[in-house]
Design a protein. Structure first.
Length: 213
């Protein structure tokens, strides 16, 4: 009787293990999927890179004031400062903003009227290998049905000063609220944090050469 009882107990335990293991696996698989969905941002970076642009030797960049197409009139300057900081962190040189301002004032032209000859002149006078210009198309908090989330979008172009050719362009956007923010109300990135992320992802695709002493 004792042996029969022990065999039944062992059989029940084995059956329980068989049932628990698939359930546990499915549970942890579901958690993993949710974590991946929550961690995956919907950010989007689309960029063009001219063939052999890496060999162009871009070491010094003039970051021009960005055109602001949003209600935040300071968005262009905010993103410009982020771009300068991010480019410097990649061991590339950046022309001092004050020097660029002085050049543009002397040129007596608005940014949208700059011609290729002006960009070549800027390169010669300030020693820039390329000019970075573009616009901030979105820089705001957007309200959804239940949550608010940062909305940032930038459009950038890198123009080689010696040839006047576009060697790189990128459109980088934040892409909306995260999975956790949409479904669980979790606190996401701030507007400035989102902008830095958008800038970083754009600069990641830049063809930069290491600075030489």
């Amino acid at each position: 009787m004792g042996i029969f009882y022990n065999n039944n107990v062992l059989s029940m335990r084995k059956n329980c293990r068989r049932k628990i293991r698939p359930l546990s696996f499915r549970f942890f698989s579901l958690i993993t999927v949710l974590l991946v969905l929550g961690g995956c941002a919907t950010d989007d970076v689309r960029h063009y890179l001219r063939p052999n642009a890496e060999a162009a030797g871009i070491k010094k960049i003039a970051v021009l004031p960005l055109e602001t197409l949003t209600q935040d009139q300071y968005a262009g300057e905010k993103v410009r400062r982020m771009l300068i900081s991010e480019i410097l962190s990649r061991r590339a040189d950046v022309i001092e903003p004050g020097e660029i301002t002085s050049f543009l004032v002397a040129l007596q032209k608005p940014l949208y009227r700059l011609e290729m000859k002006d960009i070549r002149e800027l390169g010669e006078k300030l020693g820039a290998d390329a000019v970075l210009l573009g616009s901030v198309e979105a820089y705001k908090m957007t309200s959804g049905l239940t949550v608010s989330y940062p909305d940032v979008s930038i459009n950038l172009r890198l123009v080689e000063t010696s040839s006047g050719k576009i060697i790189w362009s990128a459109v980088s956007t934040s892409g909306g609220a995260s999975f956790w923010t949409r479904h669980f109300g979790a606190e996401g990135l701030s507007l400035s944090e989102t902008a830095r992320k958008v800038v970083k992802e754009a600069v990641d695709t830049l063809p930069l050469s290491d600075k030489t002493d």
